[in-house]
Design a protein around this ligand. Sequence first.
Ligand SMILES: NC(=O)c1ccc[n+]([C@@H]2O[C@H](COP(=O)([O-])OP(=O)(O)OC[C@H]3O[C@@H](n4cnc5c(N)ncnc54)[C@H](OP(=O)(O)O)[C@@H]3O)[C@@H](O)[C@H]2O)c1
Length: 267
Amino acid sequence: MEDTTRVCVTGGSGYIGSWIVKRLLERGYTVHATVRNSGDESKVGFLKGFPNAQRGLVLFEADLYNPLEFEKAIRGCRYVFHVATPLRHDPNSSKFRDTTEAAVAGVKSIVESCIRSGTVRRLIYTATVMAASPRKDDTECFAEAMDESCWTPLNLSAPYSNEQFTEEYVKSKTQSERELLRYNGAIEVVSIALGLVGGSTIRSSLPDSLRVLIAQATNDRARYRMLRILEEAKCPWCTLKTRARHTCSAYRRSIPSAAGSYALVTM
Ligand SMILES: NC(=O)c1ccc[n+]([C@@H]2O[C@H](COP(=O)([O-])OP(=O)(O)OC[C@H]3O[C@@H](n4cnc5c(N)ncnc54)[C@H](OP(=O)(O)O)[C@@H]3O)[C@@H](O)[C@H]2O)c1
């Protein structure tokens, strides 16, 4: 009999990933969570303390710089949440030149593992609104409004072009999401574009997005510049509660198909 209660979450120890793992365990699912280093207690110890973790949590080691490693975690699952993303480039990589190449190879390999598994019904991707920020009349200014059909152009100079991290992040998320949505039809892909995520964390260290949100108060100049760029790009914010609830409903909906791209903001 098909196991409909087995779910894979990539990046299970991250800010958003850990909340998804916790919620799924609370609802009785068996969770295949991928982490980069299962021996790093500072990153994975708290996952083992979640309710039902002893029965339902299975940790797998997988790195996007070796994307085939995700295959074993995906095997036998009904749903896959692809949450992990390389935020910083691994300079020792001989395979990829930057995070964009690694992220795109990662989504390709993960979606192909989902198809090969024969069990995965839906792949849910955590995208960013920053990949959907169109420019006004091909200028450097961001347009006043965006929707799920918009894409951030990669060939225009932008207000963030002096910010290497932001530029690389936006590029890698835009290219990855575009690549992933190409597979809709072969498998159901749901992409949820998030604004800047705030709200409480269950990890011991403060997540990057929270550091950005409070950058003015902490006098963190680099992250404050990032906050200003997000403001320029009309990037909304959303709370983790809203986000976890909507991301979970992306697989729980009883509608026959939820394929496509959805923007998620807090109103
Ligand atoms: N937070 C936001 O405001 C926001 C907004 C829009 C979209 N998103 C998207 O939501 C997702 C999660 O973001 P987050 O805020 O939860 O970030 P996070 O806390 O930094 O989590 C990122 C996760 O990706 C994993 N990861 C990083 N490099 C990896 C690699 N090379 N191979 C495998 N895993 C790797 C990290 O593992 P380690 O624990 O080992 O580092 C971590 O679990 C990302 O896709 C992000 O683009 C976030």
